[in-house]
Design a protein around this ligand. Structure first.
Ligand code: C5P
Length: 222
């Protein structure tokens, strides 16, 4: 990589998004939330009535995708092919569709070069499942963020209770668990820590504590 890269990988609901956004802001670096790419792709497939079980068709759509993360007043907005996305892509339903198309190796291959274009001056914080293993294997610092399933469930519940009481939690958690199993066990780029990553167990840490620890790792390694 011409510019330095920090990768943050880990399972869903572990706090990668919060951490990577905070780091990108503090460092003034670019951000790649790669989960957003899979989510937007799933949404685009649904909106274009493309069957998400058809690898070839979704792979073609993946070749055309263009997303930007716009940092406006220190909040990151997502735009797709030049238009801002107003729909909620962070629902568990979209997350589940995203993980279904994420098993296709042709889709992943077609997204590879595109994801690497995010590595621009002065540096990049990239979060996802395979940032340290596949997309940026030469990253300067690789973090694998971990938290127990129960803790991730608790955090998700807290987050949703702030937003929406009409959620069926049992169903939601079964969907997250299903997504986890799919992400850990797929053939193509399964969720696993890169051998040269630092594994950070955040089960008993606050978001603030996680951020401080990672900032310390950054100071030591860059
Ligand atoms: O991180 P997020 O929950 O937004 O990701 C949604 C889904 O996209 C994940 O469950 C995973 O299947 C897929 N994904 C992936 N590789 C990445 C990022 C996300 O396969 N680098």
């Amino acid at each position: 990589n011409i510019f330095p890269v920090i990768t943050i990988d880990g399972p869903s609901g572990v706090g990668k998004g919060t951490l990577s956004r905070r780091l990108a802001k503090i460092l003034g670096w670019n951000l790649l939330d790669s989960g957003v790419i899979y989510r937007v792709l799933a949404l685009a497939a649904l909106e274009n009535k493309i069957d998400i079980n058809r690898e070839e068709k979704v792979a073609v759509l993946a070749e055309e995708i263009q997303i930007s993360f716009i940092n406006r007043k220190n909040n990151f907005f997502v735009s797709f092919n030049g238009k801002e996305i107003k729909k909620d892509i962070y629902t568990e339903t979209i997350g589940n569709y995203a993980s279904k198309i994420a098993v296709f190796s042709k889709v992943r291959k077609n997204l590879l070069t595109y994801q690497r274009t995010f590595c621009q001056c002065p540096g990049l914080v990239a979060d996802g499942r395979d940032m340290g293993t596949v997309v940026f294997p030469n990253a300067e610092l690789k973090i694998f963020l971990y938290a127990s399933f129960e803790e991730r469930e608790r955090r998700r519940l807290h987050q949703l209770q702030k937003k929406n009481f009409g959620v069926n939690f049992k169903f939601l958690f079964s969907q997250i668990r299903e997504r986890d199993v799919r992400d850990y066990n797929r053939q193509s780029a399964p969720l696993t820590p890169a051998i040269d990553s630092l594994i950070l167990d955040s089960t008993h840490l606050s978001a603030e504590e996680v951020k401080s620890k990672v900032l310390m790792y950054i100071r030591e390694s860059l």
